[in-house]
Each structure stands twice: as structure tokens, then as C-alpha cells.
Design a binder for this molecule. Structure first.
Ligand code: GLN
Length: 449
């Protein structure tokens, strides 16, 4: 009831597209009854969680914040959601986001902007903006979002909370609407590292419904709490902190953190990484290619919106339904993806980008032979004002420079809310560890926080 009241008081933020009022209260009651009877409670008993509108929850609407899925209801639970429910969580509602998780500001939702609770004239970040603001404003305890190139870490940074993207394959993608399947991961927003670790323990692990999920055992929450006094070997990219796009205050604050990490006994070293200029182009070639293929299923026949114009031939019917249903940014990306996959340009763009991705992975592996972790900024600058970048998509894409790296190479990454800018907005520090070293990442994060 407390969270429902908070949601009701904050509808102007537009964080939730739907609130499961009666259902959440009923579930809270029945969870307590079950516990009274059996004496047993789940690991997330009574934890109030919101879901980004790209994660399936059976018999509930699911639209990816797109008109094309208006009226569609999930016919099954995402594996992550099934795990949450098994452990006693209460799902409180469906959260606004950029259409099909494409964007960095939540200005691409078909259902309106989400406002940053700290300053309503500024964006909350994207694409999981509603999920970030819901935790920022205390409308739920934890949210699940999705992170293909930063969509959990960047809005967490803009909102002053923790945003965690697990390793690729740590959490099943079954029931997550696909944007770019080889990049997508379900991620977690929370207020403490410990909350995030608890939720990860529940949602991670093997799944017969996702062939890309790892069958490596999931470390327990207890193991996260071990190792408190460990000293780490940490690298940072000189080029990342020297980049001209980086806000000066962000740079200074991170350099101070580096000093204090050294004072606490960690080894922190600057290393050369010449590949940062390639990450954004590589990311946008590969993700748009995958998106153009993934989104071909929305054809007006199988799901959601279909054109009302009668007597069309099949091709025109597809074109009309898709043109009416998809928003501008999604159309841009489908066209870009179709272009880089087209026979004349496949080798020049798609194959080339795959090769760059491979090189990035190899370089990253080599770094982790010497270091436990990498630190980076999460963003180039704190939350910007609405409209500031929406007319310049390239500038918007380039601001993803620090987050897309983790998805390109499949490693876990987290944004920790450590700083406040002189303009009053929060921002964070990004920490990354080797693939499947999610527990190590959370332990290190806990010692930094
Ligand atoms: N901002 C990035 C994009 O627009 C990241 C999106 C995401 O992680 N879903 O593609």
C-alpha cells in the first residue's frame, strides 16, 4: 500500500504505464498467509518490484512502449519473472521505456516522456527510464530493465541509483522482447549493492528456454558477502578519461576516486586502449542489423496493431501496418539494419563490425589476464534537458561510448551513484569485471560504495 500511494502521488513522472493495484495487494496478503501457515518464506518475500515494458508477465499487457503492440498480452512469464514470483516478490506494475528499448533519453516512448524525479526538466536516461525513476522516486524497491548498450546503467547514472548489467548469458532472455539478441541482458536497478545481489541470485541461472544462457552454477548471496577486505588490481583507460566528449567534473571526480582507491590499498593503473573510437559504430551496425531481423515478426498479422485500411495486397498490408505501428527511431534503426545487411554492403559493414567485435573481445581478455576490474565513466555528461539531443541522433548515439563496450564483449558492468555535479544532478562510476565474474563485480562495488 505504501508503494501504491507513492505511485499515486507521482503520476506526473509517467514512470508506470500500468499499476497492478488490486493484484499487488491481494498477492501481499496471500504471501503473508502462506508464510503464516507454512513458516517458510521466499528469498524475496514481499519485495516490491517493477518490470520494464519489454519483460513478459503472463496475462498482462506488454507493448515495448510501442503502438504496434497495443492490446497485446503476454501468454507466458519471462523466466526471470517466474523466478521472482517463486521467491515471493510482488510485481507492482509495468514501466515506461524507449520504444523497443531504443534510445538514451526515454523520449522515444509512444506513451510519453518519463521525467527525472530530481529535475523534471531533465531526461531520466534510457531506454529503461521508467524503471530507473521508479526506484529513484521510491515507487518500488527494485526494478528489472534491459541493457543492450547501457539502458540500465545510463538511466541509473542519470537518476542517482545503482544499475547493474549481468554478464551475457547470466540471466535467461526468455520472455524479454528482443532488440539485439547477442547484446541484450535483463538488468537490475536498486538502492544498494546488496539488494541487487539478492535479486541476481534469484533471477540468474540455467534455462531450457534460452540456449545462450550459461549453465555455470549461480553463486549464492552468501558468497557475495564474503571477501570484504580483498584488495583489487584495477585498470582504467587513459583514452576514456582524456576523451574530449567527457565532462570535466566527471573526469575530476573519477580521478579522485582512483586516488582514494589507491590509498585504501588497491592497485589502480592507467592502460592504453586505442579502440574506444570504434565501439559506437560497431555497436550501431550490429545492433541495428539484429533489430531489423528481430522486429520483422511485427507484421500486423501475428501481434498487435494491424492497419484498418481494407482490401490491401499482402505486401502493402505489411508496409501499412508497420508504418502506422512503429515510431520514428525504430524505423530509422530497421532501415539502417536492413542496409548494413543488404548484399551490396554486408561485407563492408556487418562483417567488418563482427571482426571489430572479435578484436575488442580479445583485447579485453588480455586486459583481464592482468587486472580484476576496469573502471570507466558511465556517461559523458549528466542528465540533459528534454529536446537537447533529440534532433541530433548521432550526438545521442555517441553519448553511449562508455556503456556499449560491456555489451559488445559480454562482460558484467555496474553504475554506482557516487557523485553530484555542480548542476545538482547525480552521476556515477562504471565498474566492469571479466565475463561470469558477476559476484566479484558486486563485491568490489560494495567496497567502493
Ligand atoms: N542507448 C542505446 C541504444 O539506443 C542503448 C539501448 C539499450 O541498452 N537498450 O541503443
Amino acid at each position: 500500500q505504501y508503494y501504491l500511494d507513492q505511485i499515486a502521488k507521482n503520476t506526473h513522472l509517467n514512470a508506470f504505464l500500468e499499476v497492478y493495484t488490486d493484484e499487488a495487494l491481494d498477492r501481499a496478503k496471500s504471501l503473508d498467509e502462506q508464510r503464516a501457515q507454512s513458516g517458510i518464506s521466499g528469498k524475496l518475500h514481499g519485495v516490491v518490484i517493477g518490470l520494464k515494458d519489454v519483460i513478459s508477465y503472463k496475462n498482462h499487457s506488454l507493448t515495448a512502449s510501442s503502438k504496434i503492440l497495443e492490446g497485446y498480452e503476454s501468454v507466458y512469464d519471462a523466466t526471470a519473472v517466474a523466478h521472482l514470483l517463486q521467491e515471493g516478490a510482488i510485481i507492482i506494475g509495468r514501466q515506461n521505456c524507449d520504444e523497443f528499448a531504443m534510445g538514451s533519453s526515454n523520449e522515444n516512448s509512444a506513451y510519453g516522456n518519463v521525467l527525472n524525479a530530481k529535475d523534471n526538466s531533465r531526461v531520466p536516461g534510457g531506454s529503461s527510464g521508467g524503471s530507473a525513476v521508479a526506484v529513484q522516486a521510491g515507487l518500488c524497491m527494485v526494478s528489472l530493465g534491459s541493457d543492450t548498450g547501457g539502458s540500465v546503467r545510463q538511466p541509473a547514472d542519470f537518476c542517482g541509483i545503482i544499475g547493474f548489467k549481468p554478464s551475457y548469458g547470466r540471466v535467461s532472455r526468455y520472455g524479454l522482447i528482443a532488440y539485439a539478441s547477442s547484446f541484450d541482458q535483463i538488468g537490475i536497478f536498486g538502492n544498494t549493492v546488496s539488494d541487487v545481489a539478492k535479486v541476481l541470485e534469484v533471477i540468474a541461472g540455467e534455462d531450457d528456454f534460452d540456449s545462450t544462457v550459461s549453465n555455470e552454477a549461480v553463486p549464492s548471496f552468501e558468497s557475495f558477502k564474503a571477501n570484504k577486505d580483498r584488495k583489487y588490481k584495477i585498470a582504467y583507460f587513459d583514452q576514456a578519461l582524456q576523451a574530449s566528449v567527457l565532462d570535466g567534473e566527471i573526469k575530476d571526480n573519477i580521478l579522485q576516486t582512483i586516488d582514494s582507491l589507491k590509498e585504501s590499498g588497491h592497485e589502480v593503473e592507467a592502460i592504453d586502449f586505442d579502440f574506444l573510437d570504434y565501439v559506437v559504430p560497431t555497436y550501431y551496425v550490429l545492433t541495428t542489423a539484429e533489430a531489423s531481423s528481430n522486429l520483422s515478426r511485427f507484421d500486423g498479422v501475428k501481434y498487435g496493431h494491424r492497419t484498418a485500411i481494407p482490401n490491401l495486397d499482402l505486401d502493402t498490408f505489411y508496409k501499412k501496418s508497420r508504418s502506422e505501428g512503429f515510431g520514428a527511431e525504430v524505423k530509422n534503426r530497421i532501415m539502417l539494419g536492413s542496409f548494413v545487411l543488404s548484399s551490396g554492403y554486408f561485407d563492408a559493414y556487418f562483417t567488418k563490425a563482427q571482426k571489430v567485435r572479435r578484436i575488442l573481445s580479445e583485447k579485453t581478455k588480455a586486459i583481464f589476464e592482468k587486472y580484476d576490474a576496469i573502471i570507466l565513466p558511465t556517461v559523458t555528461a549528466p542528465a540533459f534537458k528534454f529536446g537537447e539531443k533529440s534532433t541530433n541522433p548521432l550526438e545521442m548515439y555517441l553519448s553511449d561510448i562508455y556503456t556499449v563496450f560491456a555489451n559488445l564483449v559480454g562482460i558484467p558492468a555496474i553504475s554506482l551513484p557516487l557523485y553530484t555535479h555542480s548542476n545538482g544532478m547525480p552521476f556515477g562510476l562504471q565498474v566492469l569485471t571479466p565475463a561470469m565474474q558477476d559476484t566479484l563485480l558486486l563485491q568490489l562495488s560494495d567496497s567502493i560504495m
